[in-house]
Design a protein around this ligand. Sequence first.
Ligand SMILES: C[S@@+](CC[C@H](N)C(=O)[O-])C[C@H]1O[C@@H](n2cnc3c(N)ncnc32)[C@H](O)[C@@H]1O
Length: 397
Amino acid sequence: MATDAVNLLDSIEPGQFANDSDRFAAKEAARRLLARLETPFEQVWALTFEASGIIAGLQLVQDLGIWAKWAEADAESPGTSRTLDELQSWGSSKCETNLLRRFLKQIASLHYLEEVGLDTWKATPFSLALGHRESYGADVLKAGLDHAWPCAINLAQFLAKFGYKEPLDIPSFDNYREVYGHDFFSYVQQHPEAGGSFQGLMTAVTHYKMIWTNVYDTTELVAGADLSKPLFVDVGGAQGLDAQRLLDKHPELPTDVIIVEDLPDVVTTHSKEKIDPRIRKIAHDFFQPQPIVGARAYFFHAVPHDWPDADVERMFAEIKKVMTPGYSKLIVYEVVMPAQGASALATTLDLALMSCTSGIERTEEAWKKLLKTCGFKITGVFRHPRALETVMEAEIE
Ligand SMILES: C[S@@+](CC[C@H](N)C(=O)[O-])C[C@H]1O[C@@H](n2cnc3c(N)ncnc32)[C@H](O)[C@@H]1O
């Protein structure tokens, strides 16, 4: 029985699923299986010592440039196994043989590499992705080390110190400031490396999530627009991926009606994704007066969730001042936290926000209340069964 079960589980491959939802459902089932099969010790060990060891090893191999070299070599000769000597020779700095061996052995023991012989490994899709710049896997790893891990280590003691209140008031108490001396967005503007890993993380997450134009039908928005004026302002739009998606859906749109706004360092230093030259990028702080007046839509994707209510009120107040009543729309694309059965991705994002930015993933009730306080009425709520996030459309009340 045990052998049959093991053989069956070992035989399952991602390619056998008809679509990504089926693959995802099986992956979630495998997580539940693991939660049932692991002993409490195995679980706590995996969460602590395995995880911290693997993160250190993955970053070390990344710092040596070995993942990138391996991905290049694998593209030329897919599936070739590599010896320790070969991998060591790819390092940009000299790394002692046994030091590298010890890390590679742990990485392989957790199946992120395949051990195929003595000191010999094969790449996996995961290890190859770490070497591909365009997958942003290395940025997610680095963002974990730059932001998530140091903040998580401090979080419980920080919350105890402030009497177990929800951290929703950046000037009074903020975990990131406790760790780094500045709130998150001030810090990343002053530290380009930490800002770069955050932007890479955002790009990876945005690529992973469902395209907003598949959740919200933009036909009416565009058909009812006066294209002699700005159409779409993506506020805190980072690399401009959502703006690009609107253009992909409406390729006939002219130049300069789609605008992406973000902080100066994001628009200049971290601007890496290729987007259509018809999209205009401008540096703008959303707490300052909004320069684009009377646009058809002001779009916020995963931006309000970075901030407590008082800051969202300030941010939306600047938008409200420039909206044309009855014409302009406020469009928010965010996680709407369900009362029950939230996914691990939603709850993990919520806690990462608490830990790093004093932000929060809001419930529908919280969103309704916040938008009302800001002087907006919700004109539509749009969901997709497979989307993490919900589109909320609002107008000036
Ligand atoms: C969580 S990211 C979301 C980015 C993008 N909308 C997406 O979904 O991929 C939040 C964005 O807000 C930007 N941001 C933070 N503070 C800002 C400010 N005061 N003014 C303008 N943008 C800001 C950040 O630089 C970052 O790109």
